[in-house]
Design a protein around this ligand. Structure first.
Ligand code: NAP
Ligand code: 3JM
Length: 340
């Protein structure tokens, strides 16, 4: 018999993503029985609101998952590495927001608008991985184009907001702006350089070949989600002094010719996409407009005449919502509807 309510744990509940998890669960009327809010000793004892009630934040422990049906993890890779298997052993299904399990072949990597059918494979390990924020919004825009004309190559450059690096990173941008206006010395903790009034072409660590881990995440995750292991793709990921909302310049080449008009018609109907493309009225996607929205905004659609079948797009979404919490909750909704 189907349950009416599900006990949900949010691991990393006090973080930038964790906060959005509570908001999205409440907004979408997810049938939550008990909500367990878990974090480190640093913030245990704090109270956070959910559906008008104050819930006490508990320290994440081995026994935290007793009676939990669904555990939403966003407390970093090492926390997921240790505690996701513990949650699964206690009977929870884990939706993990970190990079830790994403590329494991038996763990489904899911964006519901793109590959919801993969959710059924949660049974392998009890874990479903949520992709990187920059990957999610891009594949929401690319999937319908891929279905119509087969994408052969992708070149993406990102303009990623500081909220993607967590709460402290947002604080760092605020403090640097204030310090610079007041003639004080700036402090650097989360970013290797001043982020205020700057762009830093460096997200996550540098790996082989001069790429950052964030760039390789985008490439590998896109291939896995689209089921195209040899898709030709390259990425440059850049941190910009925006608080929330990631923007991306995406250049694609397709097998079949599509005009800009064709692409607009495809994206107008695409699930999870909001077409914002009226340049004559100065309408195009912007981070400040994407914040708080569920959709991925797509605009600046035009043909790239430097190659036979080229198209340029500008893709923007709320990285804490569609890029993290909303995508995870959408996965959980399908899980309870079809599988639990
Ligand atoms: P954040 O604002 O820094 O929050 C981190 C959260 O993790 C806090 O609740 C923190 O609790 C908790 N935490 C840290 N270490 C812990 C430990 N040892 N045990 C228990 N809880 C611990 O970071 P965020 O932006 O929310 O991101 C969290 C994670 O989600 C990232 O590390 C990443 O893997 C993933 N993610 C983030 C995004 C994004 O756009 N931000 C997108 C996709 C995935 P305390 O309050 O106790 O410190
Ligand atoms: C977004 O493990 C960590 O410290 C988290 C690093 C991180 C990640 C990640 O690799 O899981 C910060 C922000 C992500 C992500 O979504 O890939």
């Amino acid at each position: 018999m189907k349950k009416e309510k599900y006990n949900v744990a949010v691991v990393g509940a006090t973080g930038a993503v964790g906060e959005q998890m509570r908001e999205v669960l409440e907004e979408r009327l997810f049938p939550v029985g008990e909500l367990r809010l878990l974090a480190s000793e640093r913030s245990a004892g704090q109270f956070l609101e959910f559906r008008g009630k104050q819930i006490r934040v508990e320290v994440l422990k081995e026994y935290s998952f007793q009676g939990v049906d669904i555990a939403l993890f966003s407390a970093g890779g090492s926390v997921s590495a240790k505690f996701a298997p513990i949650a699964v052993a206690a009977g929870s299904v884990v939706v993990d927001n970190t990079a830790h399990f994403r590329m494991e072949p038996d763990v489904p990597l899911v964006v519901p608008e793109v590959n919801a059918q993969e959710i059924a494979r949660y049974k392998n390990r009890g874990i479903i991985a949520n992709p990187n924020c920059s990957t999610i919004q891009m594949v929401v825009a690319l999937k319908p184009i891929h279905d119509a004309a087969r994408i052969r190559r992708v070149v993406v450059s990102t303009y990623q907001s500081v909220s993607g690096a967590g709460r402290m990173a947002m604080e760092e941008l605020s403090q640097q702006v204030s310090a610079l206006f007041n003639g004080r010395e700036i402090k650097k903790r989360k970013f290797p350089h001043q982020i205020a009034f700057n762009c830093i072409p460096h997200i996550d660590v540098f790996l082989d070949g001069g790429y950052t881990k964030e760039e390789l995440k985008m490439i590998n995750e896109t291939r896995k989600i689209l089921g195209e292991p040899s898709l030709r793709m390259t990425a440059t990921t850049v941190r910009v002094p925006v608080f929330c909302g990631h923007s991306e310049s995406v250049n694609i080449e397709t097998e079949k010719k599509l005009t800009a008009k064709d692409v607009k018609a495809i994206l107008r109907e695409a699930p999870g996409v909001l077409l914002c493309d009226e340049p004559e009225k100065n309408i195009y996607p912007m981070a400040i407009d994407a914040v708080g929205k569920d959709e991925t905004l797509v605009g600046r659609i035009r043909e790239d005449d430097s190659v036979p079948n080229g198209i340029n797009l500008w893709v923007v979404a709320d990285n804490l919502r569609k890029g993290a919490a909303l995508n995870a909750v959408q996965i959980a909704e399908i899980l309870i509807r079809d599988h639990l």
